[in-house]
Design a protein around this ligand. Structure first.
Ligand code: BG6
Length: 294
């Protein structure tokens, strides 16, 4: 396994060619390639890589609050959309590898309240630790986030792994595993709805927060042109957000490029974003996703 660690990025390549690249701003996975060198994630050509905003693509981490600030949740109401973890500069903590026919590599990244600038700390004044592990295997990528309360005050969090999957054509994408599941429709006034007993398909702006009826271990599968491409299994992350901005929303997002790039992406985001997870002093919350190529 080859690792390279520059000033701002860490890259790992398996002997069989699979690779992953992580930006230290946000510990954002920017690229995941299979053994043939084919990119699995979508990344906007307009992305900022300097921490001035979250990366538009790859796998940004949402923490400690999802979506636009909730005025009814005082502790997080001053935070920017999706929190600060996606823009903060993380530390690379090191790697562990297993060599041989089934090589794998795990890259660890950390962020704590001590790493934040004062302005950010003022917005959310709690002592926390985040440990994020990115594990690359031949046919899968696993991302695991462990959140600890390192202070004396309890706090409440939401978190989410905002994965942008690369697809050939959004109009022939089917997402299964969400059948009969309740969801909130963000493009229809936050209306509570229930998915039919059919896959999710796309023909316009889509922004939904699902709580899959079959639970986190039941795979959510993204098929592209009739062929399953990604299989997502979650651990302790009860929601799945499905997002595609379509034409007008893509136009309105400055760092979304090219503008017709919405045809080649779908966000299927594993998270814990319904209500809040309360962490008392010394508590930890662990959430993970494994994405397999199928
Ligand atoms: C999704 C949200 O998770 O992220 C959408 O459900 C939002 O409402 C999208 O538009 C992108 O958010 P941002 O902050 O990266 O533009």
């Amino acid at each position: 396994v080859t690792i390279s660690h520059g000033n701002s990025r860490v890259t790992a390549v398996l002997p069989t060619g699979e690779s992953v690249e992580v930006l230290l701003f946000g510990a954002t996975v920017l690229s995941w390639k299979d053994g043939a060198g084919d990119e699995k994630l979508w990344l906007s050509e307009g992305s900022k890589f300097d921490g001035s905003k979250g990366v538009r693509g790859g796998i940004p981490i949402v923490f400690p609050a999802f979506g636009s600030p909730d005025p009814n949740h005082a502790a997080t109401s001053k935070l920017p959309q999706h929190g600060f973890a996606r823009t903060a500069r993380w530390e690379f903590l090191g790697k562990s590898t297993s060599e041989g026919s089934s090589s794998s590599v795990k890259l660890d990244f950390g962020l704590s309240s001590d790493n934040l600038d004062e302005a950010t700390r003022a917005l959310w004044p709690y002592k926390f630790g985040l440990l994020y592990s990115v594990t690359l295997e031949r046919e899968s990528l696993t991302t695991t986030l462990v959140i600890t309360n390192d202070g004396d005050e309890p706090f409440e969090i939401q978190t989410l792994l905002h994965t942008y999957f690369r697809v050939k054509d959004i109009s022939s994408v089917h997402v299964t595993g969400l059948e009969d599941s309740p969801y909130t429709d963000k493009v229809d006034g936050m209306k509570p709805k229930t998915q039919a007993s059919s896959p999710v398909t796309f023909s316009g702006e889509t922004d939904r927060v699902y709580t899959p009826a079959k639970g986190p271990r039941h795979p959510v599968v993204i098929s592209d042109g009739g062929k399953p491409s990604f299989r997502i299994v979650r651990d302790n992350l009860d929601q799945v957000v499905v997002w595609n901005p379509w034409t007008d929303k893509a136009e309105s997002i400055p760092d979304f490029a090219p503008k017709d790039g919405y045809k080649n992406m779908v966000c299927v985001e594993a998270g814990s974003v319904q209500g809040w997870q309360k962490l008392d002093k010394g508590d930890a919350f662990e959430g993970a996703q494994t994405i397999s190529l199928s």
